[in-house]
Design a binder for this molecule. Structure first.
Ligand code: ADP
Ligand code: MG
Length: 437
């Protein structure tokens, strides 16, 4: 657009001064060329001709550019009151409010813009709101916002976990011993802290063993799914995450279990934008304990898809132990069966033979099989009114009806272990599948 365009637009308007669209084009062109005074005059003329939302928005932009923020905001408030759904209006309003130091209202306006169009991401506004939003003094009683419903006092410990000897040992070494003997670690100049990341097929005991870890050391258990923390509102995910870490820090000793860590993966669409990056950074800061110490907080993460995880999480002091939680081996299946049946009416059960038959079954699968067998028994008890104990044959029958659920996971995992196995990260998977490198 040039001065020539402007001249010809003006010329045309001389002949049809009532032509709204033409005048709007002139005004917008002047605004684009930063000729604010002239643009203002044209928008004002338009408004004299009638109620013209686009002219109002244009005028607000002129005022914003000239630094007349309150005039800008007054106009935009009117446009918003009239029920606009224009994302640009809310974004500009957020900027105007920010200039007037109304940070909370600016955040609110920007949130509305994002609600209308989640892709309408304004880098500059976003980072300024984060910066300023974080600097405001916390409101009274903010601590209490996170309620204690997430906190548990588990009544299970390692004795309730069948098998999983390797995982128990890692947990013992990496997080339990440092918690119980911090002075020894200090004496040897060994840093404590960081966390342990459990990965493997679903239903094989990641959540279960994390909970048992808390019971083992008589600690509280705080369990969160990362997807619950994710919030599309700007800055809220970071705040949620920070508050959960704080809750753990105020309740030591505590096992902080973070499930679905992969939700922070770079492949998620909402993580691609820089707001996702902010959350990842926040998470890393919390892990590193930069602003507050994580002493007494045992951090255990879990994921079914470790390959989606940002490698930054694996640096020393973070999740520096990555532990594969395989499907239970025959010995573990035997103990899982014994544990699960210990409080049920049973005849003599041939644990060994069932455990052998249940190859590839997860702990959750075994739960399901026992449930199915019990249901069958109940049905027949209704028929003849006699409750009979569970027998080996009942369980074998149930096994045939319920297929093991872990194979599907290995089909995917195998590809990562073979073709994307940075520094042998997934060697455990290959070993489990008896594949030679
Ligand atoms: N080693 C185990 N010992 C006892 N129970 C187990 C074991 N592994 C799994 N389970 C049972 O299977 C269920 C599902 O396990 P879970 O920990 O939720 O799996 P994941 O978190 O790996 O998806 C648990 O609630 C538990 O009852
Ligand atoms: Mg789980």
């Amino acid at each position: 657009m040039s001065d020539n365009t402007i001249d010809s637009l003006r010329e045309a308007l001389k002949h049809s001064p009532e032509n709204g669209p033409l005048r709007l084009l002139l005004a917008d062109t002047l605004l684009a060329l930063s000729r604010f005074e002239e643009a203002e005059a044209e928008y004002s003329t338009l408004l004299k001709l009638g109620d013209h939302t686009k002219a109002k928005i244009g005028l607000a932009q002129v005022f914003f550019s000239k630094g007349s923020y309150s005039a800008c905001n007054v106009i935009l408030e009117e446009v918003i009151d009239n029920g606009t759904r224009d994302v640009e209006v809310f974004t500009l309003y957020a900027k105007g409010l920010l200039k007037e130091n109304s940070v909370d209202r600016a955040i609110e306006a920007y949130q509305k813009a994002l609600a209308m169009d989640p892709d309408h991401f304004d880098e500059e506004l976003d980072s300024q709101l984060r910066l300023r939003g974080g600097n405001e003094s916390p409101e009274e009683g903010e601590e209490e916002e996170v309620d204690n419903r997430f906190l548990q006092k588990p009544d299970i410990n390692f004795n309730d976990v069948g098998g999983m000897e390797g995982v128990k040992k890692e947990i013992e070494l990496k997080i339990i011993k440092p918690l119980l003997h911090p002075e020894l670690y200090k004496a040897y100049g060994k840093k404590t802290g960081g966390g342990i990341l459990l990965y493997g097929p679903p239903g094989c005991g990641k959540t279960f063993i994390a909970k048992a870890t808390a019971g083992q050391v008589n600690a509280k258990f705080l369990s969160i799914g990362l997807n619950d923390v994710l919030d599309m509102w700007i800055g809220n995910s970071e705040k949620n995450l920070h508050e959960l870490f704080e809750l753990a820090r105020h309740n030591t000793p505590c096992v902080l279990f973070i499930d679905e860590i992969d939700a922070l993966g770079a492949s998620r669409s909402d993580m691609k934008q820089s707001s996702g990056r902010h959350l990842i950074n926040q998470f890393l800061q919390e892990l590193d304990g930069i602003n507050s110490t994580n002493e007494g907080v045992l951090i255990v993460g879990a994921t079914n898809t470790p390959w989606n995880l940002d490698p930054a999480f694996r640096r020393p002091g973070r999740f520096d132990r990555i532990v594969f939680v395989p499907p239970p081996d025959v010995k573990s299946r035997d103990s899982i069966l014994r544990l699960k049946l210990s409080n049920k009416p049973t005849g003599t059960i041939d644990f060994q033979s069932i455990a052998k038959k249940a190859e590839n079954y997860s702990g959750a699968d075994i739960d399901a099989i026992i449930d199915m067998a019990i249901e069958e028994k109940l049905e027949s008890a209704f028929v003849d009114g006699i409750p009979k104990p569970l027998e080996t044959s009942d369980l074998v029958k149930a096994l045939k009806k319920h297929k093991p659920s872990t194979q599907e996971w290995f089909a995917t995992a195998k590809n990562y272990a073979l073709f994307a196995n940075d520094s042998g990260l997934y060697d455990d998977i290959l070993t489990y599948l008896k594949i030679k490198k």
